[in-house]
Design a protein around this ligand. Structure first.
Ligand SMILES: [Zn+2]
Length: 237
């Protein structure tokens, strides 16, 4: 039915502030015909089972779980990740020895089998980090959202204003009235503070903006917030 389609999938994951043992989050995008048609992001694991590799695998798994049921005969999926380990394990070059990864690996294989059963082909390949920025950004926004949910004090520590003309959030500490504040954007993810520029880690300012979004609409899920923010669609605080 219809003509065959090519899907481009990008996956990424991270575990911060420590790997292993931090908060592991994932992000993925699916594109078709040069357009992004779906994104996903969220929590992969937390505590002793949280690692970068768990996060990377979860990104692949979640992307396939969304996409495979939508595939038709003749469709082709090109899935990209910047994790060499994940690529080589899925291709069967490396064995999966980690007990944390084995169940994730098995589920990925199950989705690949289902894709084949539907008459679609899936290739998995490595890309350098620079070509995986959007998925990386989504996993960082997911991480910041999980942190923001746990930090109600951010709402009283920072004021957040949205500058519709220039499309950034202005974040100021309430105790430092003289400081001009920092500018936060979500797509691409940016903050003008030193911490973010040095590390790329979602700083307090990014988390404060997300906290304002969550407080404005507590019914939003982490995935909703990720999706909205990463598209530049934001509730106005
Ligand atoms: Zn900042």
């Amino acid at each position: 039915m219809g003509e065959s389609r090519i899907y481009i999938v990008h996956c990424d994951g991270l575990c911060e502030p420590v790997n292993p043992g931090g908060i592991a989050t994932y992000g993925w995008t699916v594109g078709r015909g040069g357009r992004e048609i779906q994104t996903g992001c969220g929590l992969a694991a937390e505590g002793p089972n949280a690692t970068n590799n768990v996060a990377e695998y979860t990104a692949v798994l979640q992307a396939l779980a969304w996409l495979v049921p939508r595939l038709h005969p003749g469709d082709a999926v090109r899935l990209y990740t910047d994790s060499q380990l994940v690529v080589l394990q899925i291709q069967g070059v490396y064995r999966v020895r980690s007990r944390r990864l084995q169940p994730l690996y098995r589920q990925v294989q199950l989705w690949l089998t289902r894709a084949r059963d539907r008459g679609a082909s899936v290739t998995v390949a490595w890309v350098p980090r620079e070509e995986n920025q959007r998925a990386d950004e989504l996993s960082r926004i997911a991480w910041a959202t999980i942190m923001a949910r746990r930090r109600p004090e951010l709402a009283s520590r920072y004021t957040v204003r949205y500058d519709a003309g220039n499309q950034y959030f202005l974040v100021q500490g309430v105790q430092k009235d003289s400081h001009p504040g920092f500018r936060v954007r979500f797509s691409p993810l940016q903050c003008t503070c030193k911490h973010f520029r040095r590390s790329g880690r979602p700083c307090n300012h990014i988390q404060a903006v997300i906290r304002h979004q969550l407080d404005a609409d507590p019914s939003l899920s982490e995935a909703d917030v990720c999706r909205n923010l990463s598209k530049g669609m934001s509730l106005r605080p």
